[in-house]
Design a protein around this ligand. Sequence first.
Ligand code: SER
Length: 319
Amino acid sequence: MAGRILIIGACGQIGTELTLKLREIHGNDQVIASDIREGAEELMTSGPFEILNATDDAHIREVIKEYEVKVVYLMAAMLSATAEKAPMKAWDLNMDSLFHILNIAKEGIIDKIFWPSSIAVFGPTTPKDDTPQTTIMEPTTVYGISKQTGERWCEYFHRKFGVDVRSIRYPGIISYKTLPGGGTTDYAIEIFHEALKHSKYTSFLAEDAALPMMYMDDAIKATIDIMEAPAEKIKVRSSYNLAAISFTPEVLANEIKKHIADFEISYAPDFRQSIAESWPSSIDDTTAREDWGWEPDFDLEKMTTTMLEGVGNTLKENA
Ligand code: SER
């Protein structure tokens, strides 16, 4: 492979598993992990790791130069719930980091960028069910505003300067290896930990809060597939809708009950409920399927059994 890969935000929920998968595919020394803090031991020891602040343009450029990086996955961001508590900090992190990478690509130093967007780009005026690829976008969260703005800039840098930037609107991502931080969809992970530990869970979203979700393996597959697709297949240069599963806390709880009969769920919606209410319930991802062949592998049943097994094993190891 010509040039190495840099993951910025490699210690996060998606970054960790993405880095390990890319190392498996391209070789450990070809994939540089970086984050503002240290992360999982496997990530830190299986290949190069750099402490890197995603807003530090000069340091990003140094690392890119030192390792002869040609492809960047920019996974650092402040998620929806945390961003509401620190709006300006979230804006600075989410936007500055993107501008640095877009400009480095514009200068021809790197060849390709992956930058994730989110279902948070949609808002209360967006059609809620089977939300189309192109539709009304009036996000009401700081995180959503930053992601929507980012999408516009990605498209602009592609159209104006030919920057090869590719993006997906991730739904809530469900995984057990690394915990998420500060998202509205995090309940769908916490519920598994609490179900296995205490057979009960109090959800911070209401029972009928339907949101689009996806198991981690599907998210990683989509990310790598869109990056490996021939450039001419990537017709959308803002960001692609991506869908897998859609469920409410109640539906997920019922699925868990099939495995843990005495599991009980209760509801105490907090400020995250209004964020959830502003987002779509389900997503139409026809364009991603047609353009670069996207197809998910995990349905609710398979995700649930995989999570119960994965979280269960982690709890046993840590006992
Ligand atoms: N999981 C994210 C969040 O809840 C959505 O992109 O913020």
